[in-house]
Design a protein around this ligand. Structure first.
Ligand code: ADP
Length: 338
């Protein structure tokens, strides 16, 4: 660990949070310049929307979204239009502050007029998007998938997807959104950081039970129920590739400005966390991309009131150790020479 930088060159630099130059002239860095900015909720929505306009069918894996506050009038007008053309349409929307994480500041609404436009939204822009009302349930619970994706190179584009990921479960049985249950975060939001505070949260001691399981254990279960798991994987792979393609133009601008061609500099790679929700019909939908996914393999346990201890989390360990190990193997300079 070199908190104040290091003079001798390294083969691989592992930055904690984001790319910062630090006079690196060779080797590889585990972050791309600008990645944090590019995957923020608003920038991601914009990038995907551009592609949706060009290729609507190819990019139908991202919920319809509007950027607040600037697109609020458009949001109101489009929802009114859609309601007029289909009076049976009873949508729900989810409002997510830009740059937020861990479910922070997120809320559900039934009508555009329920948006809290005063104060916070002016100072804190957000994305409002169509809420996916019919997610796939396991044990009556909503869950999402965290997949780890290695962007190994931007030019040429090289993408690797880890074969296993995490499934993070809600802790209250799911019901489709109604005015009465809109506020129940343990029913609607799958964030670990929220659900861990529910009395129903179960720390898993193996990979296929509890509130955090491996994605492979879910696939096993779906496959035993006759689901077409191969098709699901192929849809997920295509979602990941298309999302990265949507982000590529802006990433290249950052790259060329921070590491101009012809000047000595490092090459970059990055592990991204893709959050994906499966709909009831097994269609994967992109929720968000995380530039700095947590690599913790422990969780806190309260031994006695106020006294905490870190204990190993077998599910996190199974998935994340493999992700880091395989990433290092893929970027291993010795292997490159060979
Ligand atoms: P954060 O960065 O705060 O975790 P997310 O975009 O991941 O924000 O949303 C938090 C949670 O809300 C997700 O894990 C998911 O459970 C739920 N969620 C987000 N967007 C949708 C959506 N469009 N439809 C249904 N559920 C959603």
């Amino acid at each position: 660990q070199f908190p104040f930088g290091r003079r001798l060159p390294c083969d691989i630099y592992w930055h904690g949070v984001s790319f910062h130059e630090n006079d690196i002239f060779s080797g590889q860095v585990n972050k791309f310049p600008g990645m944090t900015e590019v995957v923020r909720k608003i920038t991601l929505s914009r990038a995907v929307r551009t592609m949706q306009d060009l290729f609507p069918l190819e990019y139908n894996f991202y919920p319809r979204s509007w950027i607040l506050p600037e697109e609020f009038p458009l949001f109101v007008a489009e929802v009114r239009m859609m309601k007029d053309s289909d009076p049976s349409w009873k949508p729900t929307f989810i409002v997510k502050p830009d740059g937020g994480c861990q479910g922070d500041g997120i809320y559900l609404i039934k009508d555009p007029s329920d948006i809290r436009l005063t104060g916070s939204i002016q100072s804190r822009p957000a994305v409002v998007q169509e809420y996916i009302c019919k997610p796939l349930l396991v044990d009556k619970l909503k869950f999402d998938i965290r997949l780890y994706v290695l962007l190994k190179s931007l030019e040429p584009l090289e993408i690797y997807i880890a074969k296993d990921g995490l499934s993070r479960f809600c802790t209250e049985p799911y019901q489709e959104p109604t005015l009465k249950n809109l506020h129940q975060v343990f029913m609607h939001l799958t964030n670990y950081s929220l659900n861990v505070h529910s009395g129903n949260f179960i720390h898993s001691d193996n990979v296929n039970t509890g509130s955090k399981r491996t994605f492979s254990s879910i696939l096993c279960r779906l496959s035993s129920q006759g689901a077409d798991v191969k098709k699901l994987w192929s849809d997920i792979i295509s979602l990941v590739i298309k999302t990265i393609i949507a982000l590529t133009p802006e990433l290249k601008v950052y790259y060329q400005s921070d590491i101009p061609a012809g000047k000595p500099g490092p090459t970059c790679f990055q592990i991204l966390g893709f959050d994906i929700l499966l709909m009831k019909n097994l269609k994967p939908m992109l929720l968000e991309v995380n530039a700095n996914p947590s690599m913790r393999i422990e969780h806190e346990q309260e031994l006695s009131p106020g006294v905490f201890e870190n204990v190993p989390s077998p599910v996190d360990e199974e998935v994340k150790v493999a992700v880091i190990r395989d990433t290092l193997r893929l970027v291993d300079p010795q292997k490159k020479k060979r």
